[in-house]
Write a protein that binds this ligand. Sequence first.
Ligand SMILES: [Fe+2]
Ligand SMILES: [Fe+2]
Length: 134
Amino acid sequence: MIAGHREVEALFEQFEAATPERQMPLSRLICKALNRHIILENELFYPAIRDSLDQPDLLEVAAVEHEVAAVLVRCISEDDLPAARLRAMMDVLRTHIAHHVENEERQIFRRVRTSGANLERIGEELRARATVLG
Ligand SMILES: [Fe+2]
Ligand SMILES: [Fe+2]
């Protein structure tokens, strides 16, 4: 999961530095990576850790953050977006994702490590599902 975060952060860096022609394809790549990551967390990771987490409300917040991200991703994926509008939405998405990733890594993942959840098994399931998602 953490590798997924670093991957998306690197893509956002590339987007910032890219020429306007490269920004559109890069935004598509970022949206695809985010969708994939959010599906893995919503369908597999969050349900797997929910019962062993001492503060399950953290997952409610994270789920809302996923929903907000999904709305932005849908807007960004629209055709014929003016370049300035695309950059503005990507900027908002980047800030939102940075905040969400901080919540996950500082609050949720930290707790999961000491929660007694079977991380090895969860990791295997995540890898298997990631392969299916492609
Ligand atoms: Fe995540
Ligand atoms: Fe997430």
